[in-house]
Design a protein around this ligand. Structure first.
Ligand code: ADP
Ligand code: MG
Length: 236
């Protein structure tokens, strides 16, 4: 059974790309065929955090009908499959919706888990992925601004027929915690799957063009990513 998740947040910079890449790698490490797709046509940085230097064919060329999806799939750590995005001002707005559905169908046939890294905001590019997966996972920081934006995405997702699978609290640090897990659950009306700590190893890994789950597997954030992967995939 394929599980497809859209990783969304509303607010930019909460850690969607970090969560998509590390969760994807953690699932792949456990032998789950996992594909991650950069749906952020504007910021397109999934390939960068994974250290993929050259990605001549991206989702952009596929949606434009210029290349087959197989040419846009690159390999990352533990066999993780990555579909990068190209910088584009057009985004999904001019993309043929049928082609997008074909791409999703093709990817779901290739993998056990599909993670879609969504852009921030509520542009067309951000809204389209909210209904393309089985569930949306909200990445929130424990701050009011992040929660307000996540709540908007939750309401929008449910209004357009999507489903919220839960929230992941990212960048939690013991002292700087505006709101706790219970308050977040109450405010968003969704359950919190897990909490990822603020962890300097995330930045160190990014600077080395790799992932924290690869570079610092014993770190607090890596442990959290592996716990979340285990809870999604049902392994101990
Ligand atoms: P988004 O995709 O939501 O815009 P990113 O994943 O690009 O967010 O993360 C934004 C910044 O925060 C990046 O510099 C990233 O390295 C950093 N970051 C994300 N999660 C953590 C964490 N748990 N600890 C420390 N830094 C983090
Ligand atoms: Mg991002």
């Amino acid at each position: 059974m394929i599980r497809a998740y859209t990783i969304a947040s509303g607010k930019g910079g909460t850690g969607k790309t970090t969560v998509t890449a590390n969760l994807g790698a953690a699932l792949a490490q456990h032998g789950r065929k996992t594909c991650i797709v950069d749906m952020d046509m504007g910021m397109a940085n999934l390939a960068l955090v994974l250290g993929l230097a050259e990605t001549p064919v991206t989702l952009h060329e596929v949606l434009a009908g210029e290349a087959p999806i197989r040419d846009a799939i690159y390999e990352g750590p533990y066999g993780l499959k990555i579909v990068p995005s190209g910088l584009s001002l057009r985004g999904f707005q001019n993309a043929d919706p049928e082609r997008l559905k074909d791409v999703m169908r093709d990817l779901t046939e290739r993998c056990d888990f599909l993670l879609l890294d969504a852009p921030a905001g509520i542009s067309t590019d951000a809204v389209v992925p909210l209904t393309m997966a089985d569930e949306v996972l909200l990445v929130v920081n424990p701050e009011i601004a992040s929660l307000v934006d996540a709540l908007k995405i939750k309401i929008l997702t449910e209004t357009i027929g999507g489903a919220i699978g839960g929230a992941i609290i990212n960048r939690a640090d013991g002292e700087n915690f505006d709101v706790n897990r219970k308050q977040i659950e109450k405010m968003l009306g969704v359950s919190v799957i897990d909490t990822i700590p603020e962890d300097a190893n995330v930045r160190r890994a990014a600077a080395a063009r790799t992932l924290v789950v690869v570079k610092s597997p014993g770190s607090g954030s890596s442990k959290a990513f592996r716990r979340i992967a285990a809870s999604l995939a049902g392994f101990p």
